[in-house]
Design a protein around this ligand. Structure first.
Ligand code: NAP
Length: 244
C-alpha cells in the first residue's frame, strides 16, 4: 500500500460489482474512505465488506436526480467532504439500429449519460468552493469505434460521456478540479460474460481481455495527485484494441 489517496473521500457509482468494485477496493487500499453507490444496495454492502478501511454503502440509481442528490448529501454528511467522484455506473443492452425501442434507447442514455451528468452536477458544490477535486468518468472504446456490434445507443451515450468530460474539465480547470475519463476495451466482468473472450482476445494486440483491476489502476492514477497536471484526458485501457 502506498497511501496515494490518504485523507481523501471518494464516491464510486456502480460500485457493487465489476470494475466499480475493483475501484472501491483499490482506492480503499490506497487510504481513501469510499462511498460505494449502487442501484442494488445489497451489492454495495457486499463491496463494503471487502474494503480494508470503513466506507459507506449508498443506495443510488444514477438516473434519478433525487437519489443522486440524496446519496451525495448522505456521503458528505458522513465523511465531511468529497474529493473524488468516479462515474462508473453503466449498462450495456444489445440492440440494433433497426430494432432499438424507445425504452431501450432511453434507459441506456439515462444510466450511462444522464447519470454521469447528474453525478457531476451533484459533485460541483462540494469541489468547486474548495478548489480541489478529481472526477473520473467511464467512457468506452465504443465511443471511438461506434460500438463493435449491436450497441448503437451505448456507443452514443459513451461518446456523450467523453464530450461531457472535456467540457466539464474546461469549466472546472480554473477551480483546480480535474475531470478525466477512462475508455476501457473489453474487460472481464458480468457485463461481458456472454461474449466469447477467447475470440475477443485474439483481436486484442496484447492478447488478452483486461481485468477490472487494470481499469481500477487507471482510475487510481487519474484520481491521485500524480495526475495533478492532467485534465480533459481520456485514457484508453484496452490492450491496444483501439489505437489513436
Ligand atoms: P457491470 O459488471 O455490469 O457492473 C455495473 C455496476 O453498475 C453494477 O453493480 C450495476 O448494478 C450498477 N448499475 C447499473 N445501473 C445502475 C444505476 N442506474 N445506478 C447505479 N448503479 C447502477 O459492468 P462493468 O463491466 O463493471 O462496467 C463498469 C463501467 O465500465 C460501465 O460504465 C461500463 O459501461 C464501462 N465499460 C465496461 C467495459 C467492459 O468490457 N466490461 C468496457 C467499456 C466500458 P446491478 O448489478 O444491480 O445492475
Amino acid at each position: 500500500m502506498t497511501e496515494k489517496l490518504a485523507g481523501k473521500v471518494a464516491l464510486v457509482t456502480g460500485g457493487g460489482r465489476g470494475i466499480g468494485r475493483a475501484i472501491c477496493q483499490l482506492f480503499a487500499e490506497e487510504g481513501a474512505q469510499v462511498g460505494v453507490a449502487d442501484i442494488d444496495m445489497e451489492l454495495a454492502k457486499q463491496t463494503l465488506e471487502t474494503l480494508p478501511i470503513p466506507g459507506r454503502a449508498l443506495q443510488m440509481d444514477v438516473s434519478s436526480k433525487k437519489e443522486v442528490e440524496a446519496g451525495f448529501s448522505e456521503l458528505v454528511a458522513h465523511f465531511g467532504q468529497l474529493d473524488i467522484l468516479v462515474n462508473n455506473a453503466g449498462i450495456l443492452l444489445s440492440t440494433t439500429f433497426e430494432d432499438c425501442s424507445e425504452e431501450t434507447w432511453d434507459r441506456i442514455l439515462a444510466v450511462n449519460l444522464k447519470g454521469t451528468f447528474f453525478c457531476c452536477q451533484a459533485a460541483i458544490p462540494f469541489m468547486k468552493p474548495r478548489s480541489r477535486g478529481a472526477i473520473v468518468n467511464m467512457s468506452s472504446v465504443a465511443a471511438k469505434s461506434g460500438g463493435f456490434t449491436g450497441h448503437p445507443p451505448y456507443a452514443a451515450a459513451k461518446a456523450g460521456v467523453s464530450a461531457l468530460t472535456i467540457g466539464l474539465a474546461r469549466y472546472l480547470a480554473p477551480h483546480r478540479v480535474r475531470v478525466n475519463a477512462i475508455a476501457p476495451g473489453v474487460i472481464d466482468t458480468d457485463m461481458t460474460k456472454t461474449a466469447n473472450h477467447a475470440e475477443l482476445a485474439a483481436r486484442i494486440p496484447l492478447g488478452e481481455v483486461g481485468t477490472a483491476r487494470d481499469v481500477a489502476q487507471g482510475a487510481l492514477f487519474l484520481a491521485s495527485d500524480e495526475a495533478r497536471h492532467i485534465t480533459g484526458e481520456i485514457i484508453d485501457v484496452n490492450g491496444g484494441l483501439w489505437m489513436d
